[in-house]
Design a protein around this ligand. Structure first.
Ligand code: S3P
Length: 434
């Protein structure tokens, strides 16, 4: 177990290069593996989660070369995967597990997927239900609707699936299975979740369409596919990782940060919208677009923040940023209410619980609710011992809290940041010049 000790270290100044987007890195390896030809991925996220995806496809016969953040995936076509020898280890990664199940459902071999304790306690019924409705044969080996999962060959048929949750993982899993089905597949979700799969499938040559409905729900449809074709992908900086530096730049007096090349796809950028509602003034520079994914450099200077309400359609676009938003709310003036976010309970940890426990330990006023939390901003936190519970986002959110708190904070199991942000602590230290 590693422990990080963090205390206020003064203004943070300079440029921050954010590692590649986790969601996009996963998808680039997956689609590259089942496409014909080579997919070249630049600015790939070398976090443990995305490495789990690489290892799974290597185990299925895909040659993948990696040099720093450049990855070459030598795809073998839609039907070119080979039966893996042994279990596919998906580590801590919900995205690897759920998306790969869509692909594995369409293969003519059996496979078994399993991850770490956290992963193996996360709900998989949400993908087993639609995939099995399509004709997949996925079973939970311990009969608890969790991994380990066994996937046996099945014949896939098109469905129109209405998902009870706005989940990009569920949507993507079904769309990927749809590539192997005998007729089109559509997924309707109550609110549009991140649309990286739709954008990337389109650029790899799939016949895919998306529709936003008047009531806010959204449908993505894909037709069965003969072949996908390898692409060049430039992965934007991950807004979920950028959020920690943006929050630090807003909270630590005297800071001035230019957070470079951040993906600002509207289905991911709810964090920036809420920052604005809380009174932050973030400058957007150098806007660009690659493969349908927009990016910008974000200029951040501190501002007094005010409490706000975070609810409804914005939730899926900032679900991973709620721990850091809760920290910001504790420093803000007034009350912040977060609701419609019951999904927090089924992330790497139950984040309603882990955020509440740690904010309380730092002296915040926070009340957990069934689908979120209520935080009465007190403008200050005090250093203490933080239990990350091996959840990368909890470790990073509370590292930022520590920078703006009185005294010293220790983050337990701090190595878990490697899941999505190897080098996080070194970059934080660099910015303070210490
Ligand atoms: C992800 C989707 C989100 C998010 C996760 C990554 C993805 O999960 O929390 O970190 O890459 O599709 P859900 O789709 O389950 O909400």
């Amino acid at each position: 177990m590693s422990v990080k000790e963090i205390k206020a270290m003064g203004a943070l100044k300079g440029e921050v290069q954010i590692p590649g987007d986790k969601s996009i890195s996963h998808r680039a390896v997956m689609l590259g593996s089942i496409a014909r030809g080579t997919t070249e991925i630049s600015h790939f996220l070398n976090g443990a989660d995305c490495l789990s995806t690489i290892h799974c496809f290597q185990k299925m016969g895909i040659e993948i070369e990696q040099s720093k953040d450049l990855v070459l995936v030598h795809g073998r076509g839609l039907r070119g995967l080979k039966a893996p020898r042994g279990i596919l280890d998906t580590g801590n990664s919900g995205t690897t597990t759920r998306l790969i199940c869509g692909i594995l459902s369409g293969q003519n071999f059996s496979s078994v997927l399993s991850g770490d304790d956290s992963l193996n306690s996360r709900p998989m019924k949400r993908i087993m239900d639609p995939l099995n409705q399509m004709g997949a044969r996925i079973t939970s080996i311990q009969d608890n609707n969790c991994a380990p999962l066994r996937i046996e060959p099945g014949t896939l048929h098109g469905i129109r699936y209405v998902s009870p949750v706005a989940s990009a993982q569920v949507k993507s899993s079904v769309l990927l299975a749809g590539l192997y089905a005998d007729s089109p597949v559509s997924v309707t979700e109550p609110v549009l979740s991140r649309n990286h799969t739709e954008l990337m499938l389109g650029s790899f040559g799939a016949d895919i369409s998306s529709e936003l409905h008047a009531d806010g729900s959204a449908t993505a449809s894909v037709s069965p596919c003969a072949e996908l074709y390898g692409q060049k992908i430039q992965v934007p900086g991950d807004i979920s990782s950028a959020a920690y530096f943006i929050a630090a730049g807003l909270l630590v007096p005297g800071s001035r940060l230019l957070v470079k090349n951040v993906g600002i796809n509207p289905t991911r950028a709810g964090f920036l919208e809420v920052c604005r509602k809380m009174g932050a003034d973030i400058g957007y520079l150098n806007r660009q677009s690659q493969g349908g994914e927009e990016t910008a450099d974000l200029l951040v200077t501190p501002k007094p923040l005010t409490g706000t309400v975070i609810e409804g359609a914005v939730i899926p676009s900032l679900i991973d940023e709620i721990p850091i938003l809760a920290v910001m709310a504790a420093f803000a003036e007034g009350t912040t209410v977060i609701r419609d976010a019951a999904e927090l309970k089924v992330k790497e940890t139950n984040r309603i619980q882990t955020v509440t426990e740690n904010l309380l330990a730092m002296g915040a006023e926070i009340i957990p609710t069934e689908d979120g939390m209520i935080i009465h901003g007190t403008g200050a936190l005090k250093g203490t011992q933080i239990q990350s519970h091996l959840d990368h986002r909890i470790a990073m959110a509370f590292s930022v809290a520590a920078l703006a708190a009185e005294g010293t904070t220790t983050i337990l199991d701090s190595q878990c940041v490697d899941v999505s942000y190897p080098g996080f602590f070194a970059q934080l230290m660099d910015l303070s010049g210490k």
